[in-house]
Design a protein around this ligand. Structure first.
Ligand code: MTE
Length: 317
């Protein structure tokens, strides 16, 4: 099959009004975020979100730990890959405007001692919401820096207690073709599926994100809850999750099913392994004019390289 990913230049001048259904203050209240009440995550150098520290209020002066500024809310919410709505990145925001992201439940099942279906509001109140500023590197060689809100996937796993047989997680996006017209396309095996090894999922960098810029997750970014695994290409970060299944078999993933020669299970960002049809050695940061070098594991090697010790990374694309 021909390459399903297309590159469309972003026009940051085209700003679609954001579709936010709770104010930031309401979201922070619902999420139980209290200024100064949370411990910083061990590996993440980012600041805890507080009402005072939000980039929304300070004119986007937040940076990642490498000193690069976060992208604007307008950039992050108007240049999206979400094939359930459109393959045109600039069309996703308007086409997802009326998506129903509430009520919503996430079923956690399979090889766990305590399977449970969580309402999103349960997840918001059970787990303190933290801000994590992460680079997102798309396999198409563009990138952004995004101030996510969310909680470690490990916290959820610890609650459901994976059994000793559990080796992988399988994630599933909602299947709702009446609301997501892209799911009418016969070229993709809907619903979107992704997977992680359990030890990858337990890494502190892996989060379930419930918002960005201190607001509830915009529809186009995967409302109400999506995965974010910043050391992997963006397609691993599956949106609008309804199911997480623990299993002893490596799950199929949408992209490795559609184009197995181009997209693997691991999909760790690796500047030394080119995509069959383009180089992965550099990337275009949305908003920048010149390209920048792509970093091994997207710059998170210190936290995650040990997960892949002994693996030939050129073979595990
Ligand atoms: N999840 C679903 N369900 N459907 C998708 O099409 N696209 C992926 C990922 N998650 C996608 C998805 C890709 S290719 C990327 S780069 C990121 O979402 C983009 O996330 P963003 O739009 O929040 O930047």
């Amino acid at each position: 099959m021909s390459n399903p990913f297309k590159s469309v230049p972003v026009r940051s001048s085209e700003i679609t009004p954001k579709h936010v259904y709770l104010s930031r203050r309401d979201f922070i209240k619902a999420a139980g975020v209290v200024a100064g009440s949370m411990a910083l995550a061990a590996c993440a150098p980012e600041a805890v979100a507080t009402e005072e520290s939000s980039a929304m209020d300070s004119g986007s002066t937040k940076m990642d730990e490498l000193g690069t500024p976060v992208n604007t809310f307008e950039q992050i919410t108007n240049y999206n890959n979400y094939y359930e709505f459109s393959t045109n990145k600039e069309a996703v925001a308007p086409l997802s405007e009326n998506f129903t992201a509430s009520p919503w439940t996430v079923e956690v099942s399979g090889l766990v001692n305590k399977p449970k279906t969580f309402g999103v509001e349960d997840l918001l109140s059970l787990f303190p919401q933290e801000e994590r500023i992460y680079r997102l590197r798309c396999v198409e060689a563009w990138s952004m820096v995004i101030p996510w809100m969310g909680f470690p996937l490990a916290s959820l796993l610890n609650m459901v207690e994976p059994t000793s047989d559990a080796q992988y997680l399988r994630f599933e996006t909602v299947y709702r073709p009446e609301e997501m017209k892209g799911q009418g396309s016969p070229f993709y095996p809907w619903p979107y599926q992704e997977g992680l090894r359990v030890d990858e999922a337990m890494n502190d960098l892996a989060i379930l994100a419930t918002g960005l810029y201190g607001e509830m997750m915009p529809n186009q970014n995967g409302a109400p809850i999506r995965l974010v695994v910043p050391w992997k290409y963006g397609f691993k970060s599956i949106k609008s999750i309804v199911k997480i299944e623990l299993t002893d078999k490596r799950p199929d993933t949408l992209w490795s099913t559609v184009a197995p020669n181009e997209y693997g299970f691991y999909a760790n960002v690796n500047p030394e392994v080119d995509h069959p049809r383009w180089s992965q050695s550099s990337e275009r940061r949305i908003g920048d004019l010149s390209r920048r070098p792509t970093l091994m594991f997207n710059g998170y090697g210190e936290q995650v390289a040990s997960l892949y010790e002994g693996m030939d990374l050129s073979l595990h694309y």
